[in-house]
Design a protein around this ligand. Structure first.
Ligand SMILES: O=C(CO)[C@H](O)[C@H](O)COP(=O)(O)O
Length: 304
């Protein structure tokens, strides 16, 4: 390849990186909602969601019915794309690069390489740098987040324990990521080589996080967020936004709860707003305490 071609490819790649992370920045401060039908997508859009995540079953139903959970039917994804004007994300199994090729072909706005679906590869994640469409990936700690970013993820979401309605794992993961970043920021420069080795992440990326005191991409929180107060708490913990799935569409009044969670995410530091929007929402999802979920059934354990 000529020098000129190499340069233009590099510049195109840099451009793609900017665009890829740019969409995630536009979603900041918002709620991304799991939806399984075009009607649900419309409810989410009307409630003020900044994007929807198309999938076949919300995590609570994946957990309840078991079996192998895969990428959704393209007809469902197309139906949702045609119904709403906000960005549409969709999930692929960890390591399933052909499902990702299909979603890119369908022109989804974002791909979630998600532990909520059954992994297709227990060793490798997708090489996301080979795609034009941006990816979001889950992480339970800083090392995991940095490995996903190295593979090309443009956005990270902490995993929580999806489908439980129990926010405690989401809290654990955002606290862990925050604490590990704070520790890096106070690490002497000549000790960052060891930190990189321990985090199993590239030195240059570790150095950047230490210098900036934050991830180089947007960080949302997911998994177990079920009430307006849950969402506001994640925002007060420093999240750039929240994903909510089962908490809305497994509740008694999805439209009202969706709107309330959006408002609480926006006014996350105003208890008077959170109190107001929490009134009269009807039944919250029944939920499942994470302490009662045995380790082999924990979705957050998937991914490495
Ligand atoms: O995997 C996801 C993020 O991509 C889900 O949207 C999220 O984890 C939903 O979890 P829950 O159903 O507990 O809200």
């Amino acid at each position: 390849m000529s020098t000129e071609n190499t340069e233009s490819r590099e510049s195109a790649e840099q451009g793609a990186t900017t665009v890829n992370t740019g969409l995630a920045h536009m979603l900041k401060g918002g709620v991304i909602m799991d939806v399984v039908t075009p009607d649900q997508a419309k409810i989410a859009e009307d409630a003020g969601a900044v994007a929807v995540m198309a999938l076949e079953r919300v995590p609570a139903d994946i957990r309840a019915t078991g079996g192998v959970a895969r990428m959704s039917d393209p007809d469902l994804i197309n139906g949702i794309i045609e119904t709403v004007s906000i960005p549409v994300m969709a999930k692929v199994r960890i390591g399933h690069f052909v499902e990702a090729q299909v979603l890119e072909h369908l022109k989804v706005d974002y791909i979630d390489e998600s532990e909520v679906l059954s992994p297709a590869d227990y060793v490798h994640h997708i090489d996301k740098s080979t795609f034009k469409v941006p990816f979001v990936c889950g992480a339970t700690n800083l090392g995991e987040a940095l490995r996903r970013i190295t593979e090309g993820a443009s956005m990270i979401r902490s995993k929580g324990e999806a489908g439980t309605g129990d926010v405690s794992e989401a809290m654990k993961h955002i606290r862990t990521i925050n604490a590990e970043i704070a520790q890096l920021a106070s690490t002497a420069e000549d000790e960052l080589y060891l930190a990189a080795k321990e985090l199993q992440a590239p030195y240059e990326l570790v150095k950047k996080v230490a210098k900036d005191g934050r991830l180089p991409v947007v960080l949302f929180v997911a998994g177990g967020v079920a009430t307006p107060a849950d969402a506001a708490m994640m925002m007060q913990m420093g999240a750039d936004g929240v994903f909510v799935g089962s908490g809305i569409f497994k509740s008694g009044n999805p439209a009202a709860r969706a709107e309330a969670i959006v408002k609480a995410t926006t006014y996350y530091d105003d208890p008077s707003v959170i109190a107001e929007v929490s009134k009269g929402l009807g039944e919250a999802m029944v939920g499942l305490s994470v302490a009662d979920v045995p380790a082999p059934h924990r979705l957050a354990e998937r991914g490495w």
